[in-house]
Design a protein around this ligand. Structure first.
Ligand code: SF4
Length: 214
């Protein structure tokens, strides 16, 4: 897998800032947690927090720590004991939270966020609803352009994502290769390209100098 060079990382950060995203750089997932709790979280007025599925976000350990704050209400959207209707209900409530955390499937050197969702709750939260959004993104998600970003998502992120969910009846679940399926369990249903943050600074990107996520 291609990992962005220091020059490409710098180019991406400059482009993201040009596109009105707030950007932080952390060498590791642990340092990303420190940056979040020292530089980002205290500056926000937050009572409710929720998150969309993201392996990179989980690697930072941020959700666990937020659950320890007695004055913060977390809107939980996952859990083995939660039924499917409960998850959908909670995911709809999450779209009105003060702070939404997740990752991004890809990020271009032109400073665009590119994502592909099954249901749409993650891309909805990034797009509109939550007052603040923080995205944790490994440098392995940096791509030269939009076409490369979509290619990366179709051929790498989406099949891997399907494979980590038990019981999905999609071709890629068995083979790891996308067949552009028409399965009822298809996880590739909604594309979003976030060109800029509106309002400026609503979306904050914590770019992490490690290979993380799918
Ligand atoms: S389109 Fe179907 S086969 Fe391709 S990655 Fe998505 S779920 Fe898998």
């Amino acid at each position: 897998m291609n990992i962005a060079t220091p020059k490409e990382i710098e180019k991406t950060i400059i482009a993201l800032r040009h596109n009105h995203f707030d950007v932080f750089f952390a060498e590791t997932a642990t340092k990303a947690q420190n940056i979040f709790f020292q530089d980002i979280f205290p500056a926000l007025t937050v009572q409710t927090v929720s998150w969309g599925d993201s392996e990179t976000m989980k690697a930072t350990g941020v959700p666990e720590k937020i659950r320890e704050y007695p004055d913060i209400v977390t809107i939980e959207t996952f859990g083995e004991k939660m039924s499917r209707p409960q998850k959908i209900y909670q995911r709809r409530q999450a779209l009105l939270c003060d702070l939404f955390l997740t990752g991004s499937n890809a990020i271009t050197q032109q400073g665009q966020l590119v994502n592909l969702d099954m249901i749409g709750n993650r891309v909805s939260g990034i797009t509109f609803g939550p007052k603040n959004v923080v995205l944790f993104i490994g440098i392995n998600k940096i791509t030269p352009n939009l076409e490369a970003a979509m290619h990366r998502i179709r051929t790498i992120a989406a099949p891997r994502n399907a494979m980590r969910h038990a019981g999905f009846r999609t071709p890629c679940h068995q083979t790891g290769v996308c067949m552009d399926c028409n399965s009822p369990d298809r996880i590739c249903n909604v594309w979003t390209i976030t060109e800029k943050s509106y309002p400026a600074g609503r979306i904050k990107v914590v770019l992490i100098g490690e290979e993380l996520g799918l």
